[in-house]
Design a protein. Structure first.
Length: 41
């Protein structure tokens, strides 16, 4: 139950009760886009 940094093309196995791959990919999109806007529902 440790943690490590990872690249976008190295997403590890996730605890799906806590997060999912689409959420992680959204974080990378936000990081790489200087004009990112907050997404919410």
């Amino acid at each position: 139950t440790g943690f490590e940094y990872f690249a976008e093309d190295e997403i590890p196995t996730l605890a799906l009760a806590k997060n999912n791959e689409e959420q992680v990919k959204m974080c990378f999109r936000a990081y790489n886009d200087p004009n990112w806007g907050v997404e919410f529902d």
